[in-house]
Design a protein around this ligand. Structure first.
Ligand code: ADP
Ligand code: ZN
Ligand code: ZN
Length: 750
């Protein structure tokens, strides 16, 4: 780092974990050795009355603030940058693109322990060795201190040094080592683990690879042909087509070059099975990063990547920020999955960041899915991505047969039509397993009064309270509010209260009654809360005895259940009629993902989709023509109204306890936006439009009223010019400081 000139002091420009979108100037620590300070290192600094951990971004010789007002930073916490160059660039890009504070972004990129200032040198080993320049006179008098002498004899035999722990094992004493150091006879140093690539693992393969079919082979070649250059490949493979096998072989290629692979998976896609496949295949350390880890485990995982020891990192969204010195390949599995988009603080898309990181590091990126997002399909069509299709299921598995069942006016037994009951019965008789999918956990979506029709609503949200029976309570799935189940209607005091609609608990109960001698396993967020609950149930499923699995989208993804031959979707309709323009895309993806669990092994699969709208064209097209045709017609629709991926969008949301505050704030933001559009020349056909303010789809949530403003543009440039001017103004507006507001660039949920 540059040294200070005499007249202008060196200023440290530091990113702090605060929401303000700017850097902060500090003076260097007193007596600090600045020659060792690098961007990306952590420093503790005074901030208001607190001390916070910041990241050094840059140095300057000039500050916009009077020098005498600047405070001093403490000495750096690190001996090397914990935010590596590429992570710093990635975070800078993300903070700019998603309009968020760089300091907060960097803080999120680090494991919690490092955010909180944990001293990494504690990970280092203290070592001792004989000093280089020893005074023989002092050495000659050492026999007067027998304990020091004894320790000296041990150190002396290790001229290149040894860890304190090892020396103590031979009889050396810490206190004596220190006394000897005072006399100039010994010196201590800390040994920081070196970056150790894992290439010592030989052979790399633990188990042999499958022989790829022709389509898989072509996909592998597309990914690996320029293994040391950036490219993005969209691997569009129907469920069960062997995408994971392609990933594994691409990773093998990466490992052979002594490079590391990063595999992103959706939160609920991280099944023990998937992990096993990676661990069983390779003789390299596989590090897993997911939300179930405690802070220490997360730090350990991070360190193994940082030091280059881990050959493969498998992790959820935030793993995109894992430092990897030998990164050679990035895979984003189930790239369409909504969990890749963070829905609070910095609203980034890990998939999009993966592509940016691939570009930064010049390595290939693979996006895999059976149901790619319209964005990725569009990019593939425009040749921004390589496109590889796997049309066949791998091995001998056949595609499942999809059937729509009209439930209008039909007698249903807790949501199940007779056709479905029979199909389940036959499946069990053949010794196979059935999967019943519904996207509602709890017993029923709500409870209603038979006398007056009153529904139990959440007092804090525009939503019903969900009825749960195990344990019994009413629960708001939006704000977590819980209430006892009332015995009487709060409106008319009637005692005739009844559940409305189906939840997984109720389906489980009804199915268990109907199929008495069969195991019914419910898999949803409630039933899997206990740490080993999911893997326990998966073990039972894999035993292969006849069983019925009931569950939410936790059952939809990533699982390979060889015995499941029947999949039942209780109700497919709601997503097609949602206010969100992505509704049909999301429901189509979900239906096919669930359907894809059927018949993945030797026996053929059958999928029954119950609907009240069998003439719904989108649903029909999905079922009869498949995802490609379905996606294609959605793309045509989106193009006709310039919605993403044919246009770009940012969503500004304001929340306040009084609806009027949120509305007023966005009114001023909207008129400010119009001014910017005028002065910056952002109007016209290629320009930006401002829509709103209008109430959010769920206007009240957690006791706050939510208003939204949409900014829409045909191209990215003008939209971002507008944001770059508008967001700083929002930040400094007095009303903006009083209420909560957020910016969501490329929103997935509106
Ligand atoms: P996907 O990831 O596309 O859902 P998987 O990679 O899980 O598909 O493959 C589905 C099943 O097919 C797995 O049991 C896998 O072992 C098997 N499989 C994959 N590729 C091949 C192949 N080339 N030959 C034989 N079996 C394969
Ligand atoms: Zn009532
Ligand atoms: Zn609520």
């Amino acid at each position: 780092m540059s040294t200070t000139s005499n007249d202008s002091p060196l200023i440290l420009r530091i990113a702090l974990p605060v929401t303000l979108r700017r850097l902060f100037d500090y003076l260097p620590p007193e007596n600090g050795d600045l020659s060792l300070v690098r961007p990306g290192m952590r420093l503790t600094v005074p901030f208001g009355r607190r001390k916070v951990t910041g990241i050094l971004i840059d140095t300057a010789t000039h500050s916009d603030f009077p020098i005498e007002k600047l405070k001093r930073a403490d000495v750096p916490l690190d001996q090397e940058a914990v935010i590596t160059d590429d992570i710093l660039q990635l975070c800078r890009w993300a903070a700019t693109y998603y309009q968020y504070s760089l300091g907060d972004t960097l803080s999120q990129a680090l494991p919690v322990m490092l955010r909180q200032g944990y001293d990494l040198s504690k990970e280092a080993h203290t070592c001792w060795r004989p000093a280089s320049d020893i005074d023989p006179a002092i050495l000659g008098k050492l026999n007067r201190a027998p304990r020091q002498q004894a320790t000296w004899e041990i150190v002396k035999t290790h001229p290149t040094g040894a860890t304190e722990v090892a020396l103590k094992a031979l009889g050396a004493e810490t206190a004596m080592l220190k006394k000897l150091a005072e006399k100039g006879l010994t010196e201590s140093y800390s040994h920081i683990p070196e970056k150790r690539p894992f290439h010592s693992y030989d052979p790399i393969l633990k188990t042999s690879e499958l022989v790829l079919n022709h389509e898989q082979q072509q996909a592998l070649e597309a990914i690996t042909c320029d293994a040391n250059r950036f490219s993005t490949t969209l691997l569009h493979g129907v469920t069960g087509s062997g995408k994971t096998e392609v990933y594994l072989q691409a990773i093998h290629n990466t490992l052979k070059q002594q490079q590391q692979a990063l595999v992103l998976v959706p939160e609920i896609g991280l099944t023990p099975q998937t992990l096993e496949r990676f661990r069983n295949r390779f003789n390299v350390p596989v590090t897993v990063l997911h939300s179930g880890l405690n802070d220490r485990e997360r730090l350990n995982g991070w360190l193994s990547a940082f030091h280059g020891e881990a050959g493969i990192i498998i992790g959820t969204r935030s793993s995109i920020f894992t430092p990897m010195p030998y990164l050679g390949l990035i895979i984003v599995d189930e790239e369409h999955d909504l969990s890749y988009k963070q829905q609070d603080s910095i609203r980034y898309s890990a998939r999009d960041l993966a592509i940016y990181r691939g570009k930064l590091r010049d390595v290939p990126v693979v996006l895999g899915s059976a149901t790619p997002s319209l964005e990725s399909l569009h990019n593939a069509k425009n040749h921004r991505y390589r496109y590889q299709k796997l049309n066949q299921r791998a091995g001998n598995a056949k595609p499942p047969y999809l059937e729509l069942v009209d439930i209008r006016g039909k007698q249903l037994n807790a949501g199940l039509s007779e056709t479905v009951e029979q199909a389940i019965h036959q499946t069990l008789q053949r010794g196979e397993q059935a999967l019943v999918f519904l996207n509602q956990r709890g017993y029923a979506p709500t409870l209603s009064c038979n006398e007056c029709g009153h529904l139990m609503d959440c007092p804090q949200c525009d939503a019903h309270l969900t009825l749960h029976r195990t344990p019994p309570h009413l629960h708001c799935h939006h704000c977590d509010l819980q209430r006892p189940i009332p015995l009487q209607c709060p409106h008319c005091n009637s005692r005739h209260l009844a559940p409305v609609g189906q939840g997984t608990e109720r389906s489980e109960e009804v199915l268990a009654r109907q199929f008495r001698n069969t195991k019914v396993l419910r898999i949803d967020r409630d039933s899997t809360r206990r740490k080993t609950a999911l893997s326990d149930m998966l073990t039972i499923i894999h035993k292969g005895e006849p069983a019925i699995l009931v569950g939410t989208q936790m059952l939809a993804k990533g699982h390979h259940f060889p015995k499941v031959t029947l999949v039942v979707i209780l109700n497919a309709d709601s997503g097609f009629f949602s206010a969100d323009f992505r509704g049909p895309e999301k429901v189509g993806q979900l239906l096919l993902q669930v359907a894809g669990r059927a018949g993945r092994s030797t026996r053929p699969g059958h999928v029954i989709i119950q609907t009240q709208f069998p003439e719904n064209q989108q649903l029909q097209q999905l079922v009869t023509q498949g995802y490609d045709a379905f996606a294609e017609s959605l793309l045509v629709q989106r193009q006709s109204i310039s919605l993403p991926p044919f246009g770009y969008m940012a969503l500004l949301t304001a929340e306040a306890t009084h609806a009027n505050d949120a509305h007023q704030f966005l009114e001023t933001v909207a008129s400010h936006a119009q001014q910017i559009i005028q002065t910056q020349n952002l109007a016209g056909p290629m320009g930006v439009k401002v829509l709103g303010p209008m109430p959010a789809a769920m206007e009240k949530r957690q006791g706050r009223y939510r208003m939204q403003l949409f900014l829409q543009g045909v191209s990215r440039g003008p939209l971002h010019t507008l944001l770059n001017h508008l967001v700083p103004a929002m930040e400094s507006s007095p009303l903006g400081r009083k209420i909560r507001w957020s910016v969501d660039v490329d929103p997935l949920e509106i």
